[in-house]
Structure formats: structure tokens, C-alpha cells
Design a protein around this ligand. Structure first.
Ligand code: GDP
Length: 301
């Protein structure tokens, strides 16, 4: 239901047009596929993904001898689901059965990183886990305070230093605090400026090294937060961060605010990084574990 609600804009636009396209038993010819291609690209599905998808649909149409659009419609949703489903298992978070799980959150300013940290902290707490936040964005004015607001809201402590201090030192403190308190999940914020890529990437590396040294096997997840409303921009951010660090999963925020939910497909297909969560609103419980089947169901029903 959450998916259905959060995907309203995408559904109204994309699916509305899709229904217009496939209705009236149109014949499945070159014109049809061209229109379908345009429609998918306009929903931010991504050119490479669209091309592959259209090729597959043409194949199916040929081999199953599908002549009209209404017969093809279920195949379209089936193929979309397949694209998203590549590997269901890897959409699960790597949470340690015993001992501490460290999750590093990365992403550009404004994408919803702080909000997502708050939502995740809340989710873990509801699962009965103890959580600690590390205020590793010491660069952006207000970042630490904003994280503290979320900390208070969900009842989780924040380990911080002054604005402008060394983020690696904050991480060191946070890890020590988490160890001595026996915390289950340590969620680490990081700076998100992209203006100076070299600095940003060096900083991420340094932060990661501290975590690796202090907690064997950590970080267990490096989650890249992307804003779905920025479309292909989100794709290029994913590529930049992907080069700088081992991103293990993506959180796609603001899916509720876009008619271009097709970006999920492009990310899955072209980047090969699993989408682990999607943000479907500003409230604390507006975070959903990503589920391909539910996503496609949310789109088409
Ligand atoms: P940060 O700079 O990356 O930490 O971004 P913030 O967490 O401050 O979020 C930026 C804005 O996006 C805020 O107004 C949030 O309420 C909003 N936001 C975050 N996630 C979502 C989401 O899933 N849906 C919607 N509609 N808004 C969101």
C-alpha cells in the first residue's frame, strides 16, 4: 500500500500513458515500439535499459506470435519486474547476527541523507536494536544540528564534535562509544559536497579506513543516497561515488515526488548496484525496503 501511495505520480503519468498506448488492440509494429521507447525514456528509465527492454519485448512478440498491444501488456510488466529482480537477496541489508553493524551513509547534499539516517535509525529501534549516530558531516553548516534533531525525534544519541573538525576523528570517537555501549547499529553520516571531488573522496577513504581498522569487517554497508527527482543526475552521482568507494546499496529518496519512478529501473540495470530502500515521503516511517514485485504491483494495479 505504501508503494502504491508513493508511486502515485509515476503511476498517473507513466502508467496512464502506457494504458493509452496499449489500449484498443493496437498492432505491435515498429511505430508501437517507438512510442513505447519514448514513453519509457520520458519516465527516466534510461536509454540503455530501454533499448534492452525493447529488444526483449520484440523477441517475445516474435516468438510468442503476439500481434496486438493488449496481449503484450502483461509481458511488459513481467519484463520490468524481471529487470528489477536480478538478485532479490541482495536487496537485504547486511546486518550482523552478533556484534556491531556499521553503516556508512554517503551522498550529495540535499538528496535526503539526514532524513534517511533518521528513518533508518527509527526502523532499527523498532526492531529492538540499539542505535548510535555519528555526525561525520562536519563541513556543511547545520548538518550536525540537523542530525541531532533527528536523533531526538527517534530517541537515539549522536556522537559529534565541533563543526569543521576532522570527520575521521569523529568516526573514531563514535566507534569507541558504540563499542563501549555495546550498540547494535552505528549509522555514520558523511559530508556530501561534490564541488571538490578529490577532497570528498579522500575524506571518505579516510573515514572508511578508521572504521575498517576499529571494527573488523566494517563498514558492513556503504549506502549511497540518491534523489529520484534529479533523474539522470542521480545516475551520474552514482557513477562518481561508485568510482570513489565500494557502494553496497542505494537508497532512492523522494520517489513520491516524481513522475519519473522509472529511474529505479535504470539504476538497477545500468549500475548493477542494488536499490535497498526507497523514500516515499518526509515522515519518519516513509522508508520502504525495496521489493521489485511490490514496486511493479504499485505501478500497475
Ligand atoms: P541532506 O542534505 O541530504 O541531508 O537532505 P535532507 O535529509 O535535509 O533532506 C532534504 C529535503 O528532502 C528535506 O526537506 C526532506 O524532508 C526531504 N526529503 C527527504 N527524503 C524524502 C522523501 O523520501 N520524500 C520526500 N517527499 N521528501 C524527502
Amino acid at each position: 500500500e505504501k508503494f502504491k501511495e508513493g508511486l502515485t505520480k509515476t503511476r498517473d503519468s507513466f502508467v496512464g500513458k502506457m494504458n493509452d498506448l496499449v489500449k484498443n488492440y493496437r498492432s505491435v509494429d515498429e511505430d508501437f515500439f517507438e512510442e513505447l521507447e519514448e514513453l519509457l525514456i520520458s519516465a527516466d528509465v534510461g536509454v540503455t535499459t530501454v533499448m534492452d527492454l525493447i529488444d526483449e519485448l520484440k523477441d517475445v512478440a516474435r516468438t510468442r506470435n503476439i500481434k496486438d498491444s493488449e496481449q503484450l501488456q502483461p509481458v511488459i510488466s513481467e519484463k520490468l519486474a524481471e529487470l528489477l529482480q536480478k538478485d532479490e537477496a541482495d536487496s537485504k541489508l547486511n546486518i550482523q547476527e552478533s556484534g556491531m553493524t556499521v553503516i556508512l551513509m554517503v551522498g550529495v547534499n540535499g538528496v535526503g541523507k539526514t532524513t534517511t539516517i533518521g528513518k533508518l535509525a527509527n526502523k532499527f529501534k523498532q526492531e529492538g536494536k540499539s542505535v548510535l549516530l555519528a555526525a561525520g558531516d562536519t563541513f556543511r553548516a547545520g548538518a550536525i544540528e540537523q542530525l541531532e534533531v533527528w536523533g531526538q525525534r527517534v530517541g537515539v544519541d549522536v556522537i559529534k564534535q565541533q563543526s569543521g573538525s576532522d570527520p575521521a576523528a569523529v568516526m573514531f570517537d563514535a566507534v569507541q562509544a558504540a563499542k563501549s555501549r555495546g550498540v547494535d547499529v552505528l549509522l555514520c553520516d558523511t559530508a556530501g559536497r561534490l564541488q571538490n571531488k578529490v577532497n570528498l573522496m579522500n575524506e571518505l577513504e579516510k573515514v572508511k579506513r578508521v572504521i575498517e581498522r576499529e571494527v573488523p569487517g566494517a563498514p558492513h554497508e556503504v549506502l549511497l543516497v540518491l534523489d529520484a527527482t534529479t533523474g539522470q543526475n542521480a545516475m551520474s552521482q552514482a557513477k562518481t561515488f561508485g568510482k570513489a568507494t565500494d557502494v553496497t546499496g542505494i537508497v532512492l529518496t523522494k520517489l513520491d515526488g516524481t513522475a519519473k519512478g522509472g529511474i529505479v529501473l535504470a539504476i538497477r540495470h545500468e549500475l548493477d548496484i542494488p536499490v535497498k530502500f526507497v523514500g516515499l515521503g518526509e515522515k519518519v516511517d516513509d522508508l520502504q525496503e525495496f521489493d521489485a514485485q511490490q514496486f511493479v504491483y504499485g505501478l500497475f494495479s
